[in-house]
Design a protein. Structure first.
Length: 260
């Protein structure tokens, strides 16, 4: 497909999705959410890629928030429709059956921060700024910010960030657990691709089971989560990759996974 607001590139086992609105600091409007949703539907149906990277075009912004020009005149009813569209797209990213890495190359604010939080791993440029500044507009986060942020950094820190609308730099984001790694700005994609390559060498089936076990486990009580983990663990033993992985270990060689 040809997209208007995003660019999709495929490199071996990795898909790289770039939000392409640099003149608007990659602000997220209806079209971006629609196209992101479509591309993640497409990837979900494919055997490859095994890893997805999301970033923004340019060196200023990952996504500097939801496009205010798209929102300023919405009624309460219309804002619910908009938030539902954004939420469905972000949920598709979170629930994709393979790992998604956010390469945060600049501002990740509001909806941009919410988009990054839906990814499995976040690597930030040393120049990145993150935050949920919606309170300064007289609103609150509406695409998962009040829910995912407390799960990542704890309720108290999340409340501080959301109540004040303050922006934090990459180091602070790393210190509180909002991002997982900080890279030099000019090495961000290199570092992200290196991590993606390591992950892509693993069994796709095992990656899917691991992600599903973690994500679902966070939504239920511990006993239910532990039982679900056992089911995911057992599913791995129905794969050729489990047999290859254990055989390779015993033979002291690198496993050659076929994702079957």
């Amino acid at each position: 497909m040809i997209y208007e607001t995003i660019i999709v590139e495929y490199e071996i086992s990795t898909a790289i999705i770039k939000i392409n609105r640099p003149n608007e600091l990659n602000a997220l409007n209806r079209k971006v959410f629609e196209e992101l949703g479509a591309v993640f539907d497409e990837i979900q149906k494919k055997v490859a890629p095994k890893v997805v990277i999301i970033t923004g075009i340019g060196d200023r912004a990952f996504a500097a928030g939801t496009d205010i020009t798209d929102m300023k005149n919405l009624t309460s009813f219309e804002s619910r429709i908009f938030a539902t569209l954004a939420g469905k797209t972000i949920n598709k990213i979170e629930n994709l059956d393979r790992p998604v890495i956010a390469a945060i190359n600049g501002f990740a604010l509001g909806g941009g921060c919410e988009l990054a939080m839906a990814c499995d791993i976040r690597i930030a440029s040393e120049k990145a700024k993150l935050g949920q500044p919606e309170i300064n507009l007289g609103i609150i986060p509406g695409s998962g910010g009040t829910q995912r942020l407390p799960r990542l950094v704890g309720p108290s820190k999340a409340k501080q960030l959301i109540f004040t609308g303050e922006l934090i730099d990459a180091k602070t984001a790393l210190d509180i657990g909002l991002v997982d790694r900080v890279a030099p700005h000019d090495q961000l994609m290199e570092e992200t691709k290196k991590l993606a390559s390591i992950i892509a060498n693993k069994s796709k089936i095992a990656l899917e089971m691991a992600k599903s076990s973690i994500n679902r486990g966070l939504e239920v009580d511990l006993r239910t989560a532990l039982n679900y983990e056992i089911e995911c663990f057992a599913q791995c033993f129905a794969s050729d990759d489990q047999k290859e992985g254990m055989r390779a270990f015993l033979e002291k060689r690198k496993a050659n996974f076929t994702d079957k």
